[in-house]
Design a protein around this ligand. Structure first.
Ligand code: C5P
Length: 213
């Protein structure tokens, strides 16, 4: 069977993956899946049900019964969900439950997919892999502004501490940890605006898949 065309984008929180993924998807006419939303949706359902996010069996059950409406909710990017998503994402049963859906997503049209383990676990043979990162202070500043823009009151130091803790949890879990695939192209977005990130990515993608770009 022909492998679907996948642009895999991984990296830590608030590095600019989502913005880049959306722009690349529009540019190449590909569907986009923000895989963080799947983990966030599992977390949201557990919190709504008053369950502990570290209850692996309950988290697996939520992951197995997830529906599109769950990851299209508008309330998935709140600080409580940030924390709980990172906890449920460390549960191997949750990762296994979400794996097949992610692997099937690009079957018909290809896809741009962003997350933590797309280029390492979900599509280790993806033709294009980007690892998007930025200095922790720059990422904290971006997330801080984003939350402020949405009227969520937070302190910058608290956002920075949260991001560091989430990075630590994501990078040290035994299953599907955040790491750069050996064949991924690194893009450091510190000091770059979204247009610069997009043009840098496009240049690097063109260098990899010259005829298709
Ligand atoms: O990307 P985002 O910050 O929305 O992801 C929320 C959480 O989901 C992350 O902190 C991470 O723990 C988890 N995640 C993951 N694997 C992915 C995408 C997200 O473990 N592919």
């Amino acid at each position: 069977m022909k492998e679907p065309f996948v642009i895999a984008i991984d990296g830590p929180a608030a590095a600019g993956k989502g913005t880049l993924a959306r722009r690349l998807a529009a540019h190449f006419g590909l569907p986009h899946l923000d895989t963080g939303l799947l983990y966030r949706a599992v977390a949201r359902r557990l919190l709504d049900a008053g369950k502990d996010p570290s209850d692996g069996a309950a988290a697996e059950q939520e992951a197995r019964s997830l529906r599109p409406a769950d990851w299209q909710r508008p309330d998935l990017r709140t600080p409580d969900v940030d924390r709980a998503a990172s906890i449920v994402a460390a549960e191997p049963r949750v990762r296994a439950a979400l794996r097949d859906f992610q692997r099937e997503f690009p079957a018909a049209h290809g896809a741009v997919m962003d997350g933590r383990d797309i280029g390492t676990v979900i599509f280790p043979d993806a033709p294009v892999k980007l690892f998007v990162t930025a200095a922790p202070a720059a990422r904290a500043e971006r997330r801080f502004r984003e939350l402020q823009g949405r009227g969520i009151a937070v302190r910058l130091e608290a956002v920075e501490a949260e991001i560091e803790e989430r990075d630590r949890q994501d990078a040290t879990r035994p299953v599907g940890p955040l790491e750069q695939a050996p064949d991924a192209v690194l893009i450091d977005t510190t000091g770059l605006d979204p247009d610069q990130v997009f043009s840098t990515a496009l240049e690097k993608i063109r260098a990899r898949i010259a005829p298709a770009a």
